[in-house]
Design a protein around this ligand. Structure first.
Ligand code: PRX
Length: 643
């Protein structure tokens, strides 16, 4: 496959950028021409940020799976689409060719159809990182069902909330998932999540761990049986087919839940055509992907990074996507490097938290590992600190590989600000320049645009791009208030940002009540709600603090009704509660018991003060005179030194 829109030099980038800002419609229609359409568009873009309403390629019809699979079959049908590396290195690697992927995706589509799933129905996918997860995602897309993948670390309660919000009718899961030395009982979590659920009709269970599961008659079905039956339907005389449903450009492709500053996760909605073009364009340009290269994105498909850079980006480009089931530190901290060596990985895309964690294990895990296949390294999810950047550059890239520091969000669908590997300049700890089509602006608290360089402000985007969020599922008003109401006529990212003397962007972190823990977004309100579920807790306030490995750690101030018992045991109990309500990723790193919280006279918690105390900056807490009871602060300060 060739990528006529791949930018090969700084000059080409500058030219494309200029065109994309001056005539976005011509720019994007030229790129869209290279995809497979069932019907071309009548209008490239229709938009306003007031409602908001964003429509790309209106009138067009397509199926994203024809772009990710069918169009490659004649040329690279027998080439790998997915290389799957199991959790246990002793187990066999699986190589899925495009032909095989086509067959499996057709089978899943048929299986869904056999079970009554129709275009527009919501299918929740809760699986470990097995190739069947990719088949499930693409099978949904094939028949036009809306997939909503939930990360395997989320609890039954979190799943229940998401099933309810999405009104999901169907679930695809596994008996269990292997992660390091753990075996996570996914089906049993689903069973708990389904207590009281009224919408889910069927649950399909893929066998991975052989963990005993209970199968409910009439509701639960085995993947293997259903797929076998579907195989006889989609394959006739050696020819495999399942018609790809014609989808309107703006039909929903998937919902992905993410945390915001309120207690309830939002179902971010992405649509067919714009998302496809954006995932592909950003993949091809940011990583400078060349046909035949092995692309290893270490994210889970439960997050947007996995959607865009394990599934849709690489496959739409006819690429080879390496999918890893396990974790970077098992059987030992050399696992990533073993995989790079074994599969001759060319592009490694990972998160700063993983880099920092592996740095901590020392260089011995690199001994004897051949990393010479690496051409491009990438970072995503949180600001990468210079120390981690330098370590990655020197020890993994051997100073030969550009590092792309890719800033983006679940809502943006794909990379927004990043250097293009080896094409535009890199600068440690800076995402650098916007991709073509992206018009970033910095604004002050009052919404005034801050011009010029060497400035900082809140990061907004001025014009729509194809991969942007269209709505929050079932609640369009929430989408408007969250992203489009803070600053008129702009999409507000929720991030703070610097623009340096050369115009490079450096993201400094969230400016709202959202934490970024190990590259995952967690709302402080969500964690507080979970802590407050613990029977002895009266009230709590959660803030972030700098954490060496996770980037940000979770610091909880808790008013507990009876602190006479063993405080440590109570802490464990509270952590357990959070883990059960949200999932282990949201467990507080520190819990400090307090008698009161710093509140203004109107009852608002002054998190600024709590943040400073959590950061250990107790000498300069700023103005506390507006507090209802300023004494509370001294008590918290003193307590922070011993907890
Ligand atoms: O704060 C930014 C941070 O992660 C947030 C988005 O989180 P999520 O939707 O979970 O998506 C993560 C993967 C795309 C952003 O608002 N973030 C992401 N990438 C970077 C980053 N912060 C700094 N530098 C990055 N490269």
């Amino acid at each position: 496959m060739s990528y006529p829109y791949q930018l090969k030099s700084l000059e080409e980038y500058k030219k494309a950028y200029k065109e994309s800002i001056e005539s976005p419609e011509t720019f994007w229609s030229n790129i869209a021409e290279t995809f497979v359409w069932k019907k071309k568009w009548d209008k490239v873009l229709e938009w306003n940020f007031i409602e908001p309403k964003i429509e790309w390629f209106r009138g067009a019809q397509l199926n994203i799976t024809e772009n990710c699979i069918d169009r490659h079959l004649a040329t690279i049908g027998e080439e790998p689409a997915i290389i799957w590396e199991p959790n246990n290195p002793e187990e066999r690697t699986r190589i899925v060719t495009y032909n095989r992927l086509h067959k499996r995706v057709c089978q899943v589509a048929q299986m869904l159809k056999n079970n009554g799933v129709k275009k527009g129905d919501r299918v929740c996918i809760y699986m470990g990182m097995v190739p069947e997860l990719a088949y499930a995602v693409l099978g949904c897309a094939r028949i036009g069902a809306i997939h909503s993948v939930i990360f395997g670390g989320f609890s039954a309660q979190s799943i229940a909330d998401r099933l309810e919000d999405a009104q999901a009718e169907f679930i695809i899961t596994c008996d269990g998932a292997f992660r390091g030395n753990k075996d996570i009982p996914l089906k049993s979590v689903i069973d708990d999540a389904l207590i009281g659920n009224k919408t889910v009709k069927k649950v399909i269970v893929y066998t991975r761990t052989r963990t005993p599961v209970s199968m409910l008659k009439g509701r639960d079905l085995w993947w293997e049986d259903e797929m076998e039956h579907a195989e006889t339907q989609v394959e006739k005389d050696g020819v495999v087919s399942f018609p790809a449903e014609p989808m309107n450009a703006e039909d929903t492709l998937f919902i992905l839940y993410t945390s915001g500053s309120t207690g309830k996760p939002k179902g971010v909605v992405h649509t067919q055509a714009g998302y496809m073009v954006w995932a592909n364009y950003t993949f091809v340009n940011v990583f400078q992907y060349q046909p035949g290269q092995v692309h290893f994105c270490t994210a889970d498909i439960g997050w947007i990074t996995g959607h865009s850079y394990i599934v849709y980006g690489p496959l739409s480009a006819g690429g080879i996507s390496l999918m890893f089931e396990g974790i970077p530190t098992w059987p030992d901290a050399g696992r990533f490097w073993d995989i790079v060596d074994k599969h001759q990985v060319n592009i490694l895309y990972t998160a700063p938290t993983a880099i920092r964690s592996l740095m901590g294990f020392g260089l011995e895990y690199l001994n004897g590992k051949d990393l010479s296949s690496l051409k491009v390294l990438g970072s995503v999810g949180e600001p990468i600190n210079e120390e981690a950047w330098n370590w990655f550059h020197k020890n993994i890239g051997k100073e030969n590989c550009p590092i792309v520091d890719t800033w983006w969000q679940t809502e943006t669908g794909g990379v927004m600000i990043s250097n293009l590997a080896g094409v535009t300049p890199q600068k440690p700890a800076h995402a650098t320049l916007p991709l073509p089509g992206i018009d970033p602006v910095l604004v002050d608290e009052n919404g005034n645009v801050i011009e010029g360089n060497s400035v900082s402000g809140n990061l907004c985007i001025r014009h729509p791009w194809p991969g942007m969020i269209r709505t929050t599922y079932g609640d369009h008003e929430r989408c408007r208030t969250n992203y489009f109401a803070t600053y008129p006529n702009m999409y507000f990212t929720g991030d703070g940002c610097l623009r340096d003397e050369d115009g490079n962007y450096r993201i400094t972190g969230r400016v709202d009540d959202v934490l970024n823990v190990s590259g995952h977004r967690i709302g402080t309100a969500e964690v507080e709600n979970a802590i407050n579920m613990h029977s002895g807790v009266v009230e709590s306030a959660v803030v972030g603090y700098p954490h060496d490995i996770k980037g940000q750690g979770i610091y909880a101030y808790v008013i507990y009704e009876n602190t006479h018992g063993d405080e440590n045991l109570t802490r464990q109990d509270i952590m357990q509660t959070v883990s059960r309500i949200i999932g282990p990723i949201a467990k507080p790193d520190k819990i400090q018991f307090v008698k009161g919280l710093p509140k203004t006279r109107s009852g608002k918690i002054m998190r600024r003060i709590l943040r400073k105390i959590a950061e250990g900056e107790i000498s300069n807490l700023g103005d506390t005179s507006t507090l209802l009871d300023p004494n509370v602060v001294d008590e918290i300060k003193n307590g922070s030194l011993i907890s």
